[in-house]
Design a protein around this ligand. Structure first.
Ligand code: GH3
Ligand code: MG
Ligand code: MG
Ligand code: MG
Length: 301
């Protein structure tokens, strides 16, 4: 089995201690198991522990299993955690209601332990596959760094975060100089390798945990730098430009110099409360245009 499976966490929710123990014993050897004895505790543990799957009883005092799953589905943090009902309520109507509320499975008590184990394992496999797909969907296939989809998400998110915190946000846009000519003289495959090199250098410049290096499209790359003002960001942009030039990737057709170079534009802003949408990409883009117009292989702000 995939080793990542063993790191899965199950949340067992049941008001009866005996049932919680039974299920915990059944899974303890394979996964990490945490427990909750009522719906409210289940919500709280689901938020704080982000379990991979929830085994949920229906009949519980105060907040029953149906109310609990409704609450789980209302919150972003818990919405995607698969829920399997394990319950003494075994009528088709109850089962239909449970599945309609978004449960991935419905198991009647008394249950066969070996069947419950297999069902849980199958659902965890789907969880695992979905995570892999989500990761892949955010990465650029050629360079392995985050793609534009991922950048757009982070751009909006970090803008709001900096807006709340009253912190500056900086954006660096880098474009390979005369790249069409590079492809035309050395071939598309060699061009692809250049893009991989650019991505590697860019990645080195995204040092802090919140920094994001991404391929925006074609031969255009971006660095998103939260809580970073213009001065610091300009130094990073210059470092990026110098580092790539220093790699000395031969570009026989470049009017700029003997090696592959980048033109870089940047912008910094402390988002105002009134600005609802992130709005300074055009500024960085205009600065990039200036860098191109100023002879390329330079940084403009
Ligand atoms: P400038 O200095 O003004 O930026 O000139 P340029 O030639 O770099 O700009 P232009 O936009 O004319 O050309 C971009 C080139 O990038 C054309 C396109 O074929 C190439 N390109 C875009 N994506 C890829 C890719 O994934 N692989 C390769 N090898 N080339 C790519
Ligand atoms: Mg119960
Ligand atoms: Mg371009
Ligand atoms: Mg270019």
């Amino acid at each position: 089995m995939n080793p990542q499976f063993n790191e899965s966490t199950l949340l067992v929710v049941d008001d009866e201690k005996q049932n919680r123990l039974l299920l915990t014993e059944l899974f303890e050897g394979e996964y990490k198991v945490i427990q909750a004895k009522n719906g409210l505790q289940a919500l709280e543990r689901a938020r704080s522990h982000a379990p991979d799957l929830i085994l949920l009883d229906v009949l519980m005092p105060e907040m029953d299993g149906m109310a609990t799953i409704r609450a789980l589905k209302r919150e972003d943090a818990t919405r995607n955690i698969p829920v399997i009902f394990i319950t003494a309520l075994d009528s088709p109507t109850d089962e239909e209601q449970g599945l309609n509320l978004g449960a991935v499975d419905y198991i009647a008590k008394p249950f066969h332990p070996s069947i419950v184990r297999v069902r849980v394992r199958n659902h965890l496999q789907i969880v695992h596959q979905r995570r892999l797909l989500e990761q892949l969907a955010a990465l650029d296939g050629l360079t392995g760094i985050p793609n534009r989809r991922r950048f757009d998400e982070s751009y909006a998110l970090e803008w709001r975060r900096c807006q709340r915190a009253g912190q500056p946000l900086s954006l660096v846009v880098a474009d390979v100089d005369h790249f069409k000519a590079y492809n035309d003289t050395l071939g598309h495959a060699a061009g692809d390798r250049v893009l991989q090199e650019v991505a590697a250098v860019l990645r080195q410049c995204a040092r802090r945990p919140g920094d994001l290096a991404a391929r925006y499209g074609g031969e255009e790359f971006v660095l998103l730098l939260p809580e970073t003002g213009a001065q610091e960001a300009q130094m990073l942009a210059e470092e990026l430009r110098a580092k790539l030039e220093a790699r000395g990737l031969t570009h026989p057709a470049s009017p700029v110099g003997a090696s592959v170079t980048l033109s870089i534009g940047g912008a910094s802003s402390t988002p105002m409360q009134a600005e609802a949408d992130p709005a300074f990409f055009p500024l960085a883009d205009a600065a990039l245009y200036q860098a191109k117009a100023s002879g390329r292989n330079c940084v403009r702000w």
